[in-house]
Design a protein. Structure first.
Length: 231
C-alpha cells in the first residue's frame, strides 16, 4: 500500500509540473511522517526515501534514535519552542519553521555545542488565520540581515502554509505572495534562496503552479493520522 501511495503521489506531482511547463525534477517530495511509528518510516526508507518531516522535536528524537542505523535525515516543519533547540541541534538536518530571532539564537548556541550546521527555511505567515504561525513578509529583510551572523544556520529559502480555504484563488494567493517575496529577497540580498517549501496533500498542485520547489505530503502517503499527546 505504501509503495502504491508513493507512486501515485509522484505521478500527481509530475502531472502538476507538466501542466505548468515545469520539469518534475524541479520539485522534491518531503514525506511528512509525524504521528506515524518508526516501522512505517522504515518501510518508506526501504522504498528509497531518506528525508522525513516531523512536527515535534521530541517525536523526531525518539524516531531518530530507533532508526539510527538507517541514517535518515530529519526535517522539523512544526512551530518550535526555544527549549526544544537541543533536540533539533542534535538530530535534525533542517528546520523549515524558523520564524524569530530568539529561536535562531537558541539553535545557534546548541548547534555550536554539537559542532554542526543545518539548513533552515524562514516560515512566512501568508494568511490571516490566527492558527497559522510564521513571520510577516515585511519583517523578512531585517531578519535575513540578522541571520548573517549565524554560521550554523544555512538559510535556503522560505516555507509557508496556505490558508485553509475552499477557494483555490485564496490558496493560490498565499503561495504567490511567498514566491514573489523570495524573488524580491534574492534581488535585494544577492542570496540564492533556492528552496520554496509550499503545498501539502490538499493543495500541492496550486503550490507547484506558483513556484514550489518542495511539497510536504503526509496523509496522501501515510493515510489518516491518529494524534496522541507528545511534546
Amino acid at each position: 500500500m505504501l509503495a502504491e501511495n508513493f507512486k501515485n503521489i509522484q505521478e500527481k506531482l509530475a502531472l502538476a509540473c507538466q501542466k505548468v511547463g515545469r520539469d518534475p525534477a524541479s520539485v522534491s517530495l518531503l514525506p511528512v511522517s509525524k504521528t506515524f511509528p518508526p516501522e512505517v518510516i522504515a518501510e518508506a526508507a526501504a522504498l528509497g526515501y531518506r528525508r522525513f518531516g516531523e512536527n515535534k522535536a521530541q517525536e523526531m528524537k525518539q524516531k531518530a534514535e530507533v532508526l539510527h542505523d538507517l541514517h535518515l535525515s530529519w526535517v522539523i516543519i512544526g512551530h518550535l519552542q526555544t527549549n526544544k533547540a537541543k533536540e533539533v541541534a542534535k538530530y535534525a538536518d533542517e528546520i523549515q519553521s524558523l520564524d524569530r530571532i530568539d529561536l535562531a539564537v537558541a539553535l545557534d548556541k546548541r548547534l555550536q555545542k554539537e559542532g554542526r550546521a543545518i539548513d533552515a527555511l524562514i516560515q512566512i505567515k501568508s494568511s490571516t488565520e490566527e492558527t497559522k504561525t510564521g513571520m510577516l513578509a515585511e519583517e523578512v529583510p531585517a531578519f535575513l540581515q540578522s541571520l548573517k551572523t549565524f554560521d550554523t544556520l544555512r538559510i535556503k529559502g522560505f516555507m509557508t502554509i496556505a490558508e485553509n480555504s475552499p477557494d483555490p484563488e485564496v490558496v493560490r494567493c498565499c503561495f504567490r505572495g511567498v514566491s514573489q517575496l523570495a524573488e524580491k529577497m534574492r534581488q535585494q540580498t544577492g542570496m540564492a534562496l533556492p528552496v520554496l517549501s509550499m503545498g501539502m496533500s490538499g493543495d500541492f498542485e496550486l503550490a507547484i503552479a506558483e513556484g514550489a520547489t518542495e511539497v510536504r505530503i503526509g496523509s496522501a502517503i501515510f493515510g489518516a493520522r491518529h494524534y496522541s499527546v507528545t511534546t
